[in-house]
Design a protein around this ligand. Sequence first.
Ligand SMILES: [Zn+2]
Length: 55
Amino acid sequence: MPTFLDWTRGGGAGESAPCVICGKPAICRSPGGKPVHKVCAEAWTEQRNARKAVA
Ligand SMILES: [Zn+2]
């Protein structure tokens, strides 16, 4: 099931910095303040949830 994160609160934007997942420049910020593309975070969250379901 596709994961869609809601970053309307907490998330934001800032200077271009390497995405913590793919390493390409990202201006998006996660709610935790890390530079990351929203699509990368969604894919990562999806994988993590899938792993959790197995374990
Ligand atoms: Zn990325």
